[in-house]
Write a protein that binds this ligand. Sequence first.
Ligand code: GDP
Ligand code: MN
Length: 390
Amino acid sequence: MKIHEYQAKEILRSYGVQIPRGRVAEATEEAFLIAREIGAKKIVVKAQIHAGGRGKGGGVKVVSTPEEAEKAAGEILGMRLVTHQTGPEGRIVRKVLIEEGVEIKEELYLGVVVDRSKACPVMMASREGGVEIEKMAEETPEKIVKEWIDPLTGFKPFHANKMGYGLGLEPAQVGKMRVFFAGLYRAFWEKDCLLAEINPLVLTKSGDFVALDAKMNFDDNGLYRHKEIAALRDLNEEAPLEIEASKHNLNYVKLDGNVGCMVNGAGLAMATMDIIKVVGAEPANFLDVGGGATADMVRHGFKILISDPGVKAIFINIFGGFLRCDTLATGVTEAVRDTKVNVPVVVRLEGTNVAEGKRILKESGFHFTVAAGMKEGAEKVAEALRSSKQ
Ligand code: GDP
Ligand code: MN
């Protein structure tokens, strides 16, 4: 789960991290009042969406008076902000963060993520902040300082020394940065984050460090331990079909392709997406209905697939173990009965009660294309797409 910058900053502040003074606003008058209250020479108005790259997309404005802050908020609120992370459809801005402006001397990067191959958190920092870390990692990896942190012993003062001196900071600066290193790590660890990032972390002209931006992504599996974080979920920022799927405990991720996929098991789902690409088509989603899916869950899953206008064909690829093929077939036929399905549906079933499953599909009255194997199924999907284009 993702949260907004202003929310991440509040969490970091509770860990001792320095952030600019400011508050969030949903209306222009509110923006004016907050800017007046801050009373600084420079005020920054920032669009709050769950995506980065806002600066370049026109979602961050630096102004000098409360009147100008009100005007900037008026321009940003309600705008459809397009950045390299939002996709071409962009995001409607519903909130702006009004903050005290900072005189920037240098922009640094600081982040903590899970390093899956080493099975522990890794802290990364660079003197060249502001830009995306992915780009930096690709083009100038030598400019990134990294420390892997043993989850059992946690973050220690020597980690801060290695990070700070690794960045080439002065001793006094390393001293000031300690709270950023330790605070960010503790926030990451205690809140069950997958990522916690400050980009840019700026060195001001007066020699202090401030977190100008903040981003935190949480492990959904840990949210039950953090009610206060789960409460920050902003449904406006999530794809409507993904929200619908999560209501039915379906593991669904929307993608941009044209083949709707219904699969059981994450591994088989990944393999199915791969094979769809191999035959020259593109998956429209990842959908794992899970081992213990009921006919009702399958029915909801299928409905989600067909309500995506991008879906031009459906590929059901099931290996029946705990999820029996007849349960799957019942769910799918119920969904087909309740809704108009006007795209071809290719089914590959294998495993428990496969004969019964196939019989149910056959007697449903709907024409399913049955494939003998996974590869054949993918090929039949590609074929169906080609003939529906003609
Ligand atoms: P992002 O583009 O979505 O990552 O948004 P950021 O919060 O990182 O802001 C983008 C850029 O806006 C920063 O890299 C800064 O250059 C600029 N910016 C943000 N706040 C201030 C500020 O207080 N003063 C100045 N001068 N620039 C700022
Ligand atoms: Mn940023």
